[in-house]
Design a binder for this molecule. Structure first.
Ligand SMILES: Cc1cc2nc3c(=O)[nH]c(=O)nc-3n(C[C@H](O)[C@H](O)[C@H](O)COP(=O)(O)OP(=O)(O)OC[C@H]3O[C@@H](n4cnc5c(N)ncnc54)[C@H](O)[C@@H]3O)c2cc1C
Length: 414
């Protein structure tokens, strides 16, 4: 992929930059008429690129704008890898959306020639009788998703690399796995461009006023006009709309470690090691993918994080916390060197449900965010859902609505 082609800086009007390559793949309306796009999607993270993709499929002309470019390092979607698993407790909607999304990710891999999905399997492990595991198993059974239940003995036999402290059950999904996140986003943005979207690097300034929004201005001094606007700005949403979203979406720091494996050791690489989620400690990770190391995601105590200026360097305390965990759960890696680290951020709603709704002050502005640490895998289904709302003007389901999030709720989706 030629990045130069995607990442053109906004230097002129939308009309001058309207892309045409590949427009024949969708309906002929994909070029903006009179310099007015059907929809401007602001934010090319996973929610933005897939919303743009589905709008293009619906024959709409699309501007896709990102402040730093699709899959950049500070975006929540900019990490190397993300888990895709079907287990969502009793939340069958998210399981169905994951099933749908996996097909789309696989198709994107075929279209782009990039190895976006790695079928490593995913293991959710926890104490015996852990409710999120038993609820997930019921949902997976009802929806026909293949899985295996492993009791403590089966878990220890199947995955001898695990230290078994506190573990009594495992839910193994053989068809799930790991997505290459950054490359997936860039491939999706490139496909949007090929299908006629105008993809620009520039930052939208917060819209002002009420009623119908006629145009947005950008940091570089450009203006763009569209009939509808979708702000899919992830952890930046509370900064763009502080009054509306400042209390509804919180942005905590997240940390990820990659551990170097003993030379020649295959125990932490698929198929011996799947993607994993450890319910005993809210920890997760991936096997060694593309030789980058064994990934351990272990979060520091929650504290507000600024996605623009927050330090992207892990702390000694975090390294010590990670070491203590790995010694217990993956004893063979107790002394493994840290070969890479990443500091990212979540964009959490209280319930863990996404926030998808029309902005109450604007008739033609939508917000799509609140990925809550589990949104990446679901990008294709979320994009489809948002695009359908925008095109048809339907209200969102109550669970995603701003009013529902304003009422507050306990965390129910993980
Ligand atoms: C460490 C970590 C591990 C995770 N693990 C998983 C996992 O295993 N599985 C899973 O499914 N999910 C996972 N998630 C969650 C998932 O990555 C996020 O929910 C998802 O990526 C959020 O996507 P987004 O599009 O909402 O936000 P982002 O990816 O942050 O995209 C928002 C975009 O908006 C742009 N933007 C912001 N303001 C402006 C502006 N004014 N103008 C123009 N552009 C703007 C930004 O530049 C950015 O590119 C994880 C998250 C983290 C941090």
């Amino acid at each position: 992929m030629k990045r130069r082609d995607i990442l053109r800086t906004a230097v002129g009007t939308a009309t001058a930059l309207a892309a045409s390559a590949g427009a024949a793949a969708v309906s002929p309306t994909t070029s903006p008429g009179n310099g007015i796009f059907d929809i401007a999607v602001i934010g090319a993270g996973v929610f933005g690129v897939w919303t743009a993709e589905h709008l293009l499929r619906a024959g709409r002309s699309v501007l896709l704008l990102d402040a730093w470019g699709p899959g950049h390092s500070r975006a929540s979607s900019g990490g190397e890898t993300r888990l895709i698993r079907m287990s969502y407790g009793a939340n069958a909607l998210y399981t169905r959306w994951t099933m749908r999304s996996l097909d789309e990710w696989k198709a994107l891999g075929k279209d782009s020639g990039e190895p976006i999905f790695h079928r490593t399997g995913v293991l959710r492990m926890g104490p015996a009788g852990y409710p999120y595991i038993t609820d997930s198993e019921k949902t997976l059974k009802a929806l026909g998703v293949p899985f295996e239940h492993l009791d403590a003995a089966a878990l220890a036999q199947r995955f001898p690399q695990l230290g078994m402290d506190q573990l009594g059950a495992g839910l193994f999904e053989p068809d799930s796995g790991v997505l290459l996140a950054r490359r997936g986003i860039q491939a999706a943005a490139e496909r949007c461009r090929k299908h006629g979207a105008t993809v620009l690097v520039d930052a939208a300034l917060p819209p002002s006023g009420r009623g119908e929004l006629h145009e947005i201005s950008t940091a570089s001094g450009a203006t763009h006009r569209a009939r509808h606007y979708v702000f899919a700005c992830g952890p930046w949403l509370p900064k763009l709309f502080p009054e509306l979203l400042g209390k509804l979406i919180t942005v905590p720091r997240a940390e990820v470690f990659f551990l170097g494996l003993p030379a020649g050791d295959r125990r932490f690489t698929a198929p011996d090691m799947p993607g994993w989620i450890d319910e005993t400690s809210d920890t997760y990770g991936t096997p060694d993918i593309e030789y980058r190391g064994f990934k351990v995601g272990i979060d520091p105590p929650p504290a507000p994080f600024d996605p623009d200026t927050g330090s992207r360097v892990v702390t000694e305390e975090s390294v010590a916390r990670m070491r203590a965990y790995v010694r217990k759960r993956f004893p063979a890696l107790a002394e493994a060197p840290v070969v890479e680290t990443r500091v990212c951020q979540y964009e959490e709603t209280a319930s863990g449900d996404f926030l998808i709704d029309r902005h109450p002050d604007f008739s033609n502005v939508w917000i799509a965010g609140g990925g809550s640490g589990h949104g990446f895998k679901l990008g294709p289904a979320v994009g489809e859902y948002v695009a359908e709302r925008v095109v048809k003007g339907d209200a969102p389901d109550a669970r995603f609505a701003i009013a529902t999030h304003q009422r507050g709720a306990q965390r129910a989706v993980d």
